[in-house]
Structure formats: C-alpha cells, structure tokens
Design a binder for this molecule. Structure first.
Ligand SMILES: Cc1ncc(COP(=O)(O)O)c(C=O)c1O
Ligand SMILES: [Zn+2]
Length: 467
C-alpha cells in the first residue's frame, strides 16, 4: 500500500502526519486531540493536494456496482462486509486484510416496537451478528490489519468486554500476541470467556474501564505494543462501513434518524464519518440525524450537552448494568459532538429500568441484544415523545451487541431479580405492569404431563386476559 494512500489529520488543529508517525497513544502532540484518517478525495483534503497529483475521486455509480458484484466472489476480502468497501478505506494492501468475514449484518424491521411508538417504519441494524457478537469486529479487522502491516508482534486494548473479544479473535487469526485490560468483576461473562478462548493474555485490573485506559496508555509508551482502543483512527475506518451497508440495504434511501448507544463515543463518530463520505462523494444527497443515547449512570456527554452544548466535558464515575457503556471519561467525545452538530442529532439518557424494558421489547421481536444496545430503543421513545423524531420518519437503531454476551442480565431480569427495592419504588404501577408482561421466568415443575398441562392452561388463561 503506498504511503500516500492516506494521512492522519488531527481533528483538533488539522495538522497532518503520515500514518506511521502517530504517537503510541494516537494523540496529537500539539493539541492532544485525536486523529482521523484522511484520503486524497476526503472533503477535508480538498485544496491540500499538489495540483499535479491526481486525486482519483471514487465514482459512486461504479462503486455501487462493484460492491454488489463482490458479494458473489469467493475471495475473503470480497466476502467481508468491511473490506468489500475497501476502495473507501485503502489503509492496507488487499492481501494484508485479516478478516473473519465481518459485517454483512442484517437490517431487521421492528414491527411491534414501531406499533407501540406509533411509527410507520423502525429498523434495527444488528451489529451483534458479527463474528464475535459485537460491532467491534468491523473496526478491529481494520486496525489489526494495520498492526500486522506495521510489523507489530503485540497488540493491546482496555475494554468493557467487546473490544477485548474482538481484538483477541483477530489477533489469533493474524498470529499476533494480544493483551486485554478489563475492569475486574465489571464485564459480562460471555465477553470475558471469549478473550480467554481466543488465547489472549487476559488481565483483570482492580479498577474501572477508565482506570484500565490510564494503565494502557502508559504501557504502550513503554513497550512496543500496538494500541487497539478506538483512539486508534483505523478502528473508525472499519466502523464507518455499517453506514455504507445500511444504505445499500435501504436501496440508498437515507433514513431520517440513526440512534446509537454512547460509551467511549467512537461509534457515533465513525458512522458520522461514513455518512459524510457518502454525501461528499455523491452517493446520497443528505445525511441522517445521528442521536446518541447514554445510560443515566454513565452520562458525561448528556451532561455536557445540557450544560454547555458540548463545549467541555466533565468525566463522571460511571455505573450502569449496561456494562459495555460503563464509561465515565469518553475518549472520542469531541468527535461525537462534531457529528451531533453537523448532522443535527440529540443526546439522551435513559435509566436502568428503561434499558431493561427496551431490551425485553427487542427480545420479544425475536431479535435480542445486549443491554447497552437496548438504550437505543429506550432513547428513541424519549426522542419521539419530545417531537425530535416524527412518527412518519424512519429510524434505524444500531444494536451493537448480541443478547448472548450477557445472559446473566437477561435471566435476572426475567426472574424479577435485576432491580433493588429502591429502583422498583421509583416505578409507576403502569410501568411495573409493562415489565410483568415481558418477564418470562422459567417454571420449575415435577416431571409429569399433568403438571405441565396445568401450567400451560394457566399461561393460556393469562394470555387471554391480556390479549
Ligand atoms: C455493545 C456496545 N454498545 C455500545 C458501545 C459503545 O460504543 P462507543 O464506545 O464507540 O461509544 C460499546 C463499547 O464501548 C459496546 O460494547
Ligand atoms: Zn492537534
């Protein structure tokens, strides 16, 4: 891959550096902000390329055709739902892409949730259907391929669980050594088990996610380890591709709204970059509004938007059962604020009961997702109630993780054991009734048919009452 295929541009002071020149922590030495990958055809690069250097602006008509054609190819890079779009992320040579055929995730309709909201059309892009069960795979294939192309032997990340699962899997495929730093006792079992299964050095630190980031930043300064957190701008190049895929899946009809969960706040930035590139290159004529939903106990962006329109952000001590977004000091908050302002979306917060109810509703659609993903539906309810999302508009929820990532949460919810008394005391009888209607705790019966039939009759009778 030629050196000129891309540059890194500081999103704070606009200084440009070669990809290889970034510091180990991927922060600009001058202003401390994060980089983004810039191509000669990028909007931000216009006017910066010497006049005699051809820009080779990608052609939307040719690419739409090529991307469809690659779907029937037997080549791994063509089958990948990330590298299929490699013309817009030329960061490694084709034969250097480490792929598990990520992406290619379904766009489902949510008819029951749409009806409950009075909306005509509500969709869910289920990124939990990626190889390791979360959207992180799309970013990891990109950044880990760069690590390989740069000759690194070790890669590392701090994680609330999904990044570590993705990194461990892709490192294993590439034959690299990997180390994950995770907060002890605060990640879901499914995720912890993955990094061990994929052979990673799994380190549980006695701190939270933000503490893990602090240790890792110092570690990569002192050892030749490639940092794979989402401060690494190549992660976002992979994570922008679900925007392309979503547009293909809607036959290039741009949805009015895309709703994403907010943790470290890189995903919103990545999708925003993807949609902006589509518009700049002429694939689409407008971009969707992108709204970010945070858990009430991990809501630094929500607070910042309320307090000062996102000019500055105060870290919080984060606490939520949606462990994937239990992040108090999000690295990419400035990038996300720029997207919220450019696209015109909102930032909302939702409480623990709202998250659990939304998760149950998505589960009842036969889809399911992990708690952090369910904030999207919980947040959408608020956006509709506030009139920000019109009932006649189309919205796409980004479901970021698979329901099997955190089965403990789901079981506790259905057994009625998730919330403490104080939390339940805050619920109205109507809300408690909604929870009850979704909770399906397992029945424990003696092994005889009469008992099972009696139970069946009882359930059928209740269904009759609520129908
Ligand atoms: C399932 C899930 N949803 C949402 C997020 C939040 O994404 P981001 O950190 O890019 O805001 C994460 C990771 O942090 C996650 O694992
Ligand atoms: Zn800078």
């Amino acid at each position: 891959m030629s050196m000129q295929s891309h540059m890194l541009r500081c999103t704070g002071c606009a200084q440009r550096i070669a990809g290889e020149a970034a510091r180990s922590d991927f922060r600009c030495p001058d202003c401390g902000d994060l980089y983004e990958v810039e191509y000669p055809w990028s909007e931000s690069a216009s006017g910066t390329t010497a006049k005699d250097v051809p820009v080779n602006r990608p052609n939307p008509f040719a690419l739409r055709h090529l991307w469809q054609e690659r779907r029937t190819s037997t080549l791994a890079v063509d089958q990948s739902g990330v590298w299929r779009f490699r013309d817009l992320l030329p960061i490694v040579a084709d034969d250097q892409a480490i792929t598990l055929r990520e992406g290619n995730t379904p766009l489902y309709e949510l008819p029951k949730s749409a009806a409950a909201l009075g909306m005509n059309w509500l969709l869910a892009k289920h990124q939990g259907m990626n190889p390791t069960g979360s959207f992180k795979d799309t970013g990891m294939t990109a950044a880990l391929s760069v690590a390989v192309s740069r000759g690194f032997e070790w890669v590392a990340c701090a994680s609330t669980g999904n990044t570590s699962a993705a990194m461990a899997a892709y490192a294993a495929r590439a034959g690299l050594r990997s180390m994950v730093l995770i907060p002890e006792g605060k990640i879901a079992w499914g995720k912890l088990s993955q990094s061990m299964d994929y052979g990673s050095m799994t380190v549980q630190l006695r701190t939270d996610f933000d503490g893990c980031v602090r240790v890792l930043t110092e570690l990569v300064r002192r050892a030749p380890i490639y940092l794979l957190n989402s401060v690494n701008p190549y992660r976002l190049e992979g994570q922008k591709t679900p925007a392309f895929e979503m547009l293909e899946q809607t036959d290039w009809q741009v949805p009015h709204h895309v709703i994403v969960p907010g943790g470290n706040l890189a995903n919103c930035a990545a999708l925003g970059k993807g949609f902006a590139e589509m518009k700049h290159l002429g694939f689409i004529s407008r971009v969707p509004k992108i709204s970010v939903i945070q858990a009430e106990g991990a809501n630094p962006l929500y607070r910042a938007m309320q307090a000062n329109g996102g000019e500055s952000l105060e870290p919080v001590v984060a606490d939520t059962r949606a462990t994937a977004i239990r992040i108090g000091n999000p690295a990419s908050w400035r990038k996300t604020v720029r997207i919220l302002k450019a696209n015109g979306g909102w930032c909302e917060q939702v409480n623990e009961r709202e998250i659990a109810l939304a998760k149950a509703e998505i589960g009842a659609e036969g889809i399911g997702c992990e708690p952090a993903s369910a904030v999207t539906l919980a947040g959408l309810k608020k956006l509709v109630a506030a009139g920000h999302v019109g009932r006649e508009e189309t919205a796409v929820l980004l479901l970021t993780g698979h329901t099997l990532k955190d089965p403990e949460y789901t079981i506790q919810y259905h057994r009625g054991q998730l919330f403490n008394a104080a939390e339940l005391a805050g619920a109205t009888p109507a809300e408690l009734g909604q929870h009850k209607a979704f909770q399906k705790a397992p029945l424990v019966l003696d092994a005889n048919v009469d008992d099972v039939l009696r139970a069946l009759d009882a359930v059928a009778a209740t269904a009759g009452q609520t129908a």
